[in-house]
Design a protein around this ligand. Structure first.
Ligand code: WT7
Length: 581
C-alpha cells in the first residue's frame, strides 16, 4: 500500500498537545482516573448538565462565553456559562412542574437555535431523555422515531408543528405536551408557548440524584443500510466525551471550537454540546446550512481555533476549487478534524495545502457514543488512515463467523471490533434486545465496518460490511476504489457499488461527480478506468463508470451506496428518511 505520511514536529505546533506521547498515555490509561475531572452532584451521582454547565457557572468561568450563536441571517448572540445555567434551570423547572419524570423522552425537532442547546441541558437536569431529530425530516421519519421512542414531549417551531406534526399527531399517543419555541401565546392546553413558560419559570433548580447509568440520550442511527434504530446512551458517557475532548480535539482553556454537525446526528450532541462544555471552552454554533464562503467567514471572524467537520464538507471545498488560506485569515485555526465517512488522502492533503493544517480523521458510530479511533496532533498521519484507538479503548480486527471470532493477521481485512465496556458504549437498542445482543461476540462489540490494521497499529477503513463487493473471488472495499478515483483531478466525489454479473458475481461500478469546470466524456471515462487499473489492478478496478451530477447523501453527509445500488437494479429505494434533499 502506498500512502503519504504527514510528519509531525511537536516543537512547531502552536500549543503543546495534551497527548504528547501516544504509546505512553495509552499504556497507562485507566478510566477510573478520569473521575477526578468531575465534581459529582452535591446529593450524589453524575449528571451531564452539572459537569458541562453548572460546575463552570458556579466557579471562575461563570462569565465566560459558553455559546456563540450565529443565525442564518448573520444574527449573533453570546451566552455565558451563567446564562446557560439560568436558562436551562428554567426549562428543567417547566418539565418538572408539568409532571415530566425521569427517563421520559423529549424529542427535539428544531433548527440549530439557542433554545435547542438550552433545553438539552434542561432535559438532562430533570433526568429526562433527549432525542434529537433533524429539522429537515418530513412527517414520516418523525412519526416513526417518535412512536418508536415513546415521545412524551416535543420541542419544535410553529412552522414545523403546523406543516409536519399536525398531520401525524394522531399517531403520537403518548405525547403530553408540545413546546413551541417561537410563539408568544399557547395554542391550546397541550401546545404551549416556550417563551411564555420561560418568563414565568423559576431560575433555581436542584438536579436530583442521577445514576451514571441513567439514560440521557436516545439517538436514531442514520440508516444508510436499513431501518433506523434507537440507540440508548447514559450520563456516564461523559467520561468518553471528556477524554476525547482532551486527547483528540485537544481542548485547551482558551479554545474556540466549532463542530459543524447538527444535533440530529450524534456528532452534534457529543461534540457540539457535551464535550466542549465539559472542558469549559467557547462553543460556536451556526444555524445555516453549508455555504463555503460563509463557513470560512465564521472560521476567520470568530477566530476559531479547533474545527470538527465532515468529509462531505471538505469534498465540497475541493469540488469548487476553494483555497481558504489565500482568501481568509485563518491564523487562529490550529487543529482540524473530520468524521462520518472515510477521509480520502486527497482530503488530508487538501488540508495541508489549502488550509495550512492537515485534517485529522476520526472514526466512531452512534453506537460508540464518542470518538474511538483517531489521528492526534502529536502523531504522524498516514493519509487515508483512521489512526489509532483512543486511550481506554481496545480495537482489533476479527474474522467473524456468526458467533465465533478469530483475530485477523496484520493487513488482513475483517470486522472492526471494540472491547466491551468503554463508558459511552450504547446500553441498548430501544425495544430491540435481540439485535443488541447480536452486536456482541464474547467481550467484543462488532461495528460491522470492515477494516484492517497495519504493522504500526494504524487502522484503515475498507467499507461497510454490507457495501463490500465480491468480484471474481476478490473482496473489494468501496473506500479503496473511491480513493483511487479521487486522485484524478476532475473527480469531486465517487460512490462505488457491486453490480450483479453472471460471470464475476459482481463487478465494480463507480458513480462519479465531477469538479466545477469538467464535463463527462468517453475519454474521461477511459482515463478513470485506466487510473483504476493502474492503482488497484485489473481485478479490483471499476469496470463501469457513470457520471452523475451529485451523489445521494444522508443529512450527515454519508454517500448512500445502498440507493445507488437500488437505482442501478431498479429496486425499491427502501427507507430514504435521512436522504439529503
Ligand atoms: C458509520 C457510523 C461518526 C459518528 C457519527 C455517527 C462510517 C464514520 C468514519 C471514518 C470511515 C466512517 C462508518 C461507521 N464512518 N467515521 N472516519 N472513516 N467511515 O455515525 O451515523 O452512526 O455512522 O459511519 O461506516 O460505522 P453513524
Amino acid at each position: 500500500m502506498d500512502y503519504k505520511v504527514i510528519k509531525k514536529d511537536i516543537s512547531k505546533l502552536k500549543v503543546k498537545p495534551n497527548l504528547f506521547d501516544y504509546e505512553e498515555v495509552y499504556k497507562n490509561f485507566k478510566w477510573e482516573d478520569v473521575a477526578k475531572n468531575f465534581e459529582g452532584l452535591p446529593n450524589g451521582g453524575l449528571n451531564i448538565a452539572h459537569e458541562a454547565i453548572d460546575k463552570h457557572a458556579n466557579g471562575p468561568l461563570a462569565d465566560k462565553t459558553a455559546l456563540i450563536w450565529i443565525g442564518k441571517n448573520s444574527q449573533r448572540e453570546e451566552y455565558t456559562y451563567k446564562d446557560i445555567k439560568r436558562e436551562s434551570n428554567k426549562f428543567a423547572n417547566i418539565l418538572k412542574d408539568l409532571g415530566f419524570e425521569k427517563g421520559e423522552r423529549i424529542f427535539m425537532y428544531s433548527p440549530r437555535v439557542p433554545y435547542l442547546y438550552i433545553t438539552a441541558i434542561g432535559i438532562f437536569k430533570n433526568r429526562c431523555v433527549m432525542s434529537p431529530l433533524f429539522a429537515q425530516f418530513g412527517p414520516e421519519p418523525v412519526a416513526q422515531r417518535m412512536v418508536s421512542g415513546n415521545a412524551k414531549g416535543l420541542i419544535t417551531t410553529k412552522h414545523l408543528y403546523e406543516k409536519k406534526i399536525l398531520q401525524i399527531i394522531d399517531q403520537l399517543k403518548e405525547l403530553k405536551y408540545i413546546f413551541l419555541i417561537d410563539v408568544d401565546e399557547d395554542i391550546n392546553d397541550k401546545v404551549l408557548s416556550l417563551p411564555k413558560l420561560m418568563k414565568n419559570a423559576s431560575e433555581e433548580f436542584e438536579i436530583p440524584p442521577t445514576d451514571p447509568e441513567d439514560m440521557s440520550l436516545l439517538h436514531f442511527t442514520s440508516g444508510t443500510t436499513g431501518k433506523p434504530k434507537g440507540v440508548i446512551h447514559v450520563h456516564k458517557a461523559i467520561y468518553t466525551h471528556w477524554v476525547t475532548g482532551f486527547y483528540v480535539l485537544d481542548f485547551h482553556e482558551d479554545d474556540i471550537f466549532w463542530c459543524t454537525a447538527d444535533p440530529g446526528w450524534v456528532t452534534g450532541t457529543s461534540y457540539s454540546i457535551i464535550s466542549p462544555w465539559l472542558h469549559g471552552i467557547t462553543n460556536v454554533v451556526y444555524e445555516g446550512e453549508f455555504d463555503a464562503q460563509k463557513w470560512l467567514e465564521i472560521l476567520q471572524n470568530e477566530k476559531v481555533t479547533i474545527w470538527y467537520t465532515a468529509p462531505t464538507a471538505i469534498r465540497r471545498f475541493i469540488r469548487y476549487g476553494i483555497e481558504p488560506k489565500k482568501e481568509y485569515d485563518l491564523s487562529n485555526l490550529r487543529h482540524a478534524l473530520s468524521v462520518g465517512e472515510p477521509l480520502n488522502p486527497e482530503g488530508v492533503i487538501w488540508g495541508v495545502e489549502k488550509l495550512g493544517i492537515p485534517i485529522h480523521d476520526t472514526w466512531w458510530q452512534t453506537e460508540t457514543g464518542g470518538i474511538m479511533i483517531a489521528n492526534y496532533p502529536s502523531m504522524d498521519i498516514k493519509a487515508g488512515s483512521m489512526g489509532k484507538p483512543i486511550p481506554g479503548v481496545e480495537a482489533n480486527i476479527f474474522i467473524r463467523d456468526d458467533n465465533s471470532i478469530k483475530e485477523a493477521k496484520t493487513e488482513e481485512s475483517g470486522n472492526l471490533m471494540l472491547k466491551k465496556g468503554w463508558p459511552s458504549m450504547m446500553r441498548g437498542y430501544l425495544h430491540m434486545e435481540e439485535k443488541y445482543q447480536k452486536s456482541f461476540v464474547d467481550e467484543w462489540y462488532d461495528s460491522e465496518d470492515i477494516a484492517y490494521k497495519d504493522e504500526d497499529g494504524y487502522f484503515w477503513f475498507v467499507g461497510r460490511n454490507k457495501d463490500i463487493i465480491k468480484t471474481s473471488g476478490h473482496m473489494v472495499g468501496t473506500y479503496e476504489v473511491e480513493s483511487a478515483l479521487m486522485e484524478h483531478p476532475a473527480v469531486a466525489e465517487v460512490g462505488v457499488i457491486g453490480k450483479p454479473d453472471p460471470i464475476a458475481g459482481e463487478i465494480v461500478k463507480a458513480f462519479v461527480a465531477l469538479k466545477k469546470g469538467y464535463e463527462p466524456s468517453k475519454n474521461l471515462e477511459k482515463e478513470l478506468i485506466a487510473l483504476g487499473r493502474k492503482k488497484l489492478g485489473a481485478a479490483i478496478a471499476p469496470k463501469e463508470i457513470e457520471f452523475i451530477d451529485s451523489l445521494p447523501k444522508t443529512r450527515s453527509g454519508k454517500i448512500m451506496r445502498r440507493l445507488l445500488k437500488a437505482k442501478e437494479l431498479g429496486l425499491p429505494l427502501g427507507d430514504t428518511s435521512t436522504l439529503e434533499k
